[in-house]
Design a protein around this ligand. Sequence first.
Ligand code: BES
Ligand code: MN
Ligand code: MN
Length: 456
Amino acid sequence: MASVDEHIEAGKERFLSELLDLLRIPSVSADPKYKADVARCAEAVGQRMREAGLDNVEVCPTAGHPIVYGEKLVDPAKPTVLVYGHYDVQPPDPLELWDSPPFDPVVKDGLIYARGSADDKGQFYMHVKAVEAMVRTGNLPCNVKMMIEGEEEVGSTNLGAFVRANRQRLAADVVLISDTAMIANDVPSINTGLRGLSYLEVEVTGPDRDLHSGVYGGAVANPVNVLCRLIASLHDADGRIAIPGFYAAVRELSTAERAALAEAPFDEAAYMKDLGVKALAGEKGYTAPERASIRPTLDVNGIWGGYIGEGAKTVLPSKASAKISMRLVPDQKSDAITQLFVDHFKKIAPPYVSVKVMPHHGGEAAVTPTDSAAYRAASKAMGETFGRKPIPTRGGGSIPIVALFEKVLGLKTILFGFGLDSDNIHSPNEHYGVFNYMAGIRTIPKFFRHYAELCK
Ligand code: BES
Ligand code: MN
Ligand code: MN
């Protein structure tokens, strides 16, 4: 029988073409017009899990998009790893900025271009192929359970209920998730924290209809002007968020913790060049990597109102809106921060407009331990693949389910991501390296082996 590594080497081309097939399914969870495609993707994922050798594979319906579950239980005495991932993807817009169609994957210069290639189809599918390699070669040293959901990009609305209803089925020793990034292909790292999220929409209404901006302008408040002023007031001159109580629960890092995080290499000039910005901005007293990971933020994600068509139309709009996200850190609570925002925004609204604040989804921040058997196993596995010990880093994105796994199942997570920040996730031309894909598939079985060893 072949070894795990031999099976992976021999399967390389097939693993890639299978991933490309998955990437052709436009499983956009946010847009109802893709509902059938999301369902088709769930079925495809279930089928691939069966083919990989997982048992009891089930495509579980929810009030939203399905959750795909499968397991391979080898021995109750062995530790159990719960793999989580998501098969849904972000909307591909703006389409005109893609160099090739988002759901027509192409491999160019070693990179797989498609929506979902890095986030998260290319990453969760590494686990399916790693399990295949371990099962087919008789080398699965742990029990494995796999849960791949279809609503991560829209806030995992129905996952909480599923986890609560399936506590027994999901019982495990650790959660393994590949849905984050490393520092670089020659600088492996493991995320040990994620930010939480509070997402809401605001609407400012002035006059009950659009008005002529000459006839009424000056006498009636313009909701777009007012919204801009309100939003501008949400940060102070030091880049801090000016909502009373916003920082009350923030867990400050010790000097030693900050020094440890500063060990990760960071090239500010290269960072600015890559993003096309001439200078960086943010909260006073913190470095750029800190501002983007251990500090909370408030950002407008979209803003609209009034005339945005061709040419000029002189109009004083009736309404203005914005979508606002706040990234949170331990121990800020998403619901509490949402409430603070709602109260504050209503309070600062001037009497000549009315405001509505509509909360969307949220989620809690998470930190994962570096002193566990699972972390040591992950670190050892990555070290072997990359020839260098991974650096623990804090990530800036959010995977709200991580906090939920801890709360409901009592499980810690290993964020075993193989992407790069430069993969353009959520952006045009999202891509994932074939190198990263294969490195993940090779490293996951090493994690299983070391974890089983360390749990003995
Ligand atoms: N995989 C990302 C989260 C991520 C990316 C974490 C990079 C760390 C590094 C995930 O799919 C995602 O996009 N999450 C959303 C949150 C969700 C509630 C919509 C996010 O972070 O915006
Ligand atoms: Mn993701
Ligand atoms: Mn995402």
